[in-house]
Structures are given as structure tokens and as C-alpha cells.
Ligand binder design. Structure first.
Ligand code: PRP
Ligand code: URA
Length: 209
């Protein structure tokens, strides 16, 4: 079973509380989603493989540990997942970025795919699938299905707010995927929105409604 990591860092908790507030502006929401993603990314990348590399300092030659080649892919689930990409790229600027386009049908809440473009060497990469919200889990499960179909093997899922129902469904569907979340909320409402949640993450990021 994949592990679930809930971040207890005060900066992450504070900023996650701020983005929930109904009067947080689009600009502040977007900036804080970026900041939280970077703070989470710092921990989520803890197990990236290192290799010994020969370098030369002004004093002498030596061997130091550095990240192995370009082995990371960040895959946002469109559209709200896009808000988490820049924070991750600030940490791993050479990562490749794939995109999976999905939206939840407003009536059935079932995810509908409209786009999928991934790095061709996705199978070799550590993949970070990012989306601010894990509600029913349908979108994350479908996105990870597509990504695995294209050959990806090592996948981590990162989101800001998750429901217990979404975590359970994702763990059941993809037991090999570890899940990193900023906050685990109480439950879903009758429209499959997370409570207390933050509302519609895509609308809050882009000022649509
Ligand atoms: C939101 C969110 C997730 C999904 C979560 O996207 O960003 O992708 O819902 O819900 P689920 O776990 O029940 O599938 P939405 O479908 O609203 O699309 P958007 O990003 O284009 O706003
Ligand atoms: N998608 C969102 O953006 N928010 C929710 O609470 C559930 C799904």
C-alpha cells in the first residue's frame, strides 16, 4: 500500500489555511499555491537518487554527491494542477513537464479526458503528478492510469487538500503510489466537494466561475 504523508510544517499549515479563506484574492491564492508546492516538493523529493560526481573546487579535485541526470517529470492534471508546477520547477528546473487534461463532469463527477502529452521517456523518470484537490479520487486515478499506460513506473501524487474518501480510493486503485498532502480534510459534500476545502481550485486560481 502506498504511504500517505500529511505535512505538519507550520508554513505549510499557515499558507494552506490562507488559501481556504473566501476573501483570499486570485493573485494571493496563486502565489500561495506556488509557495506551498515548493515547500511540499522539498520533502517529496527527499528520496531522489544521488550519484558520485567528480568536481574541482578552487582548492582541489574531489567527489561529491549530486542528483542523477534529468530523471524527473512533473505532470499537472489540467487545469488546476498547473498552479503547482512553478513551485516544483523552482526546485528541479531541469524536470520535464507532461500534461493530462481532465475535468469532472458536473453531474456525474466522473473525470473526462481531453488531453494527454507526456515526455517520451516517461518510463525512466520519477513522475510527480500534481493537482491541488483529491476529492472522489476519480481524476487522480484516471490520470495515473493514463500515465502508467504510457509506461511510467515510479509515480508520486502531490495535492494540497485531500478527502479521506479520495485517499482511500487512490490507495486502492494505485497501491504503488505514495501520496503527499498538505491537509487531510473531513469529508465530501453531496456534490463531491471537499469540506471544509477551499471551493473550486481551478476557479480560484484563474478567477473564473
Ligand atoms: C478539480 C481538481 C481535481 C478534481 C478533483 O478539477 O483540480 O482535478 O476536481 O476531483 P475528484 O477527485 O473528484 O476527481 P476540475 O474537474 O474542477 O477541473 P479544473 O481543474 O479544470 O477546474
Ligand atoms: N474539485 C475542486 O476544485 N474542489 C473540490 O472540493 C472538489 C473537486
Amino acid at each position: 500500500m502506498g504511504k500517505v504523508y500529511v505535512f505538519d510544517h507550520p508554513l505549510i499549515q499557515h499558507k494552506t489555511a490562507m488559501i481556504r479563506k473566501i476573501d483570499t484574492s486570485v493573485k494571493d491564492f496563486r502565489e500561495m499555491v506556488r509557495e506551498i508546492s515548493m515547500l511540499m516538493g522539498y520533502e517529496a523529493t527527499r528520496n531522489l537518487p544521488l550519484e558520485e560526481v567528480e568536481i574541482e573546487t578552487p582548492m582541489c579535485k574531489t567527489t561529491m554527491k549530486m542528483l542523477q541526470g534529468e530523471d524527473i517529470a512533473i505532470v499537472p492534471i489540467l487545469r488546476a494542477g498547473l498552479g503547482m508546477v512553478d513551485g516544483m520547477l523552482a526546485l528541479v528546473p531541469n524536470a520535464k513537464v507532461g500534461h493530462v487534461g481532465l475535468y469532472r463532469d458536473p453531474e456525474t463527477h466522473i473525470p473526462v479526458e481531453y488531453y494527454c502529452k507526456l515526455p517520451t521517456d516517461i518510463a525512466k523518470r520519477q513522475v510527480f503528478v500534481v493537482d491541488p484537490m483529491l476529492a472522489t479520487g476519480g481524476s487522480a486515478i484516471a490520470a495515473i492510469d493514463f500515465i502508467k499506460d504510457k509506461g511510467a513506473k515510479n509515480i508520486i501524487f502531490m495535492c494540497l487538500i485531500a478527502s479521506p474518501e479520495g485517499i482511500e480510493a487512490l490507495q486502492k486503485a494505485h497501491p504503488d503510489v505514495d501520496i503527499f498532502i498538505a491537509a487531510k480534510d473531513e469529508k465530501l459534500n453531496e456534490n463531491a466537494y471537499i469540506l471544509p476545502g477551499l471551493g473550486d481550485a481551478g476557479d480560484r486560481l484563474y478567477g473564473t466561475k
